[in-house]
Design a protein around this ligand. Structure first.
Ligand code: COA
Length: 234
């Protein structure tokens, strides 16, 4: 099966959301930050859709799809999304946010607000935990992100269950890590699943730099912060 990695388009948003929801169903962070008894899947779809629409213009958002058979290319229906990755582009230290980026963030917030109204709430999101996570994340990034050129930040990587272990995750990493290597820049990610993800990310060239505890009383969500140094050109 030949796989191509292409930028996310609006047409692929439903498949992208399905892939993320399926791959993150047993994610420790997801299960810590959402109250499963109140989880509203439709509200979550609305939220992910807003994030995807924002990501098309503001993030490095890719999908993995089967390459259409060349002879059928003109007539074949568009192939299914098998995996996705969403990376934040690097932000150099001291460079202020552009008006465009500020406006795009504002549109995203507006869409999320509209979701709150439409679905009468956050769909099971525990906002106290969300803000605990945000605060710990900010502290960690302040300490770890010492390179003034900034970091390519892998926010989401997910491959459909039946397609895992076949090299699709590697392709989704490499489409961005190659860009980082060409510019001599570092990549960063946070994972809440240690097994098997930490091992998988090490194979992608990441090294563990810090563990992060998001604590809400006795309930702790551990995050593993990992950095990838750029590969030297031969
Ligand atoms: C993590 C994930 C994106 C990896 O994608 P994938 O397509 O399964 O990974 P690949 O097949 O490309 O494998 C990448 C490397 O990891 C290795 N690997 C794959 N599964 C592994 C496992 N269970 N244990 C150890 N190594 C593993 C592969 O051998 C490969 O190394 P190699 O290229 O040197 O041989 C995917 O498994 C996934 O979506 N998991 C659920 C969602 C998730 O946890 N997302 C991340 C949240 S931070």
């Amino acid at each position: 099966m030949a796989i191509e990695i292409v930028p996310l388009t609006e047409e692929d948003i439903p498949g992208t959301i399905e892939c993320i929801q399926q791959a993150f169903a047993d994610d420790p962070y997801f299960n810590w930050v959402f109250d499963s008894s109140k989880f509203n899947k439709k509200r979550n779809i609305g939220s992910l859709k807003a994030r995807c629409l924002w990501g098309i213009n503001n993030a490095l958002f890719y999908v993995a799809k089967e390459t259409p058979d060349q002879k059928d290319e003109a007539t074949a229906p568009s192939s299914r999304v098998l995996g996705v990755s969403c990376w934040m582009p690097p932000q150099a230290a001291g460079v202020p946010e552009s008006w465009y980026s500020w406006f795009q963030s504002w549109i995203l917030s507006f869409r999320q607000l509209a979701n709150n109204v439409r679905f009468l709430g956050r769909g099971g999101l525990n906002t106290r935990r969300y803000w605990i996570w945000k605060a710990r994340q900010e502290e960690a990034q302040k300490e770890i992100w010492t390179d003034p050129k900034g970091y390519y930040f892998c926010n989401i990587v997910a491959v459909n269950k039946e397609a895992q272990g076949k090299g699709i995750g590697r392709k989704l990493f490499e489409v961005v890590s190659k860009q980082a290597d060409e510019k001599g820049m570092k990549c960063y990610l946070e994972s809440s699943k240690s097994v098997p993800n930490v091992e998988i990310y090490k194979k992608m060239g990441f090294e563990m730099v810090r563990e992060l505890d998001c604590r809400d009383g006795d309930d702790v969500c551990k995050l593993y912060c990992m950095v990838r140094e750029p590969k030297q050109k031969p």
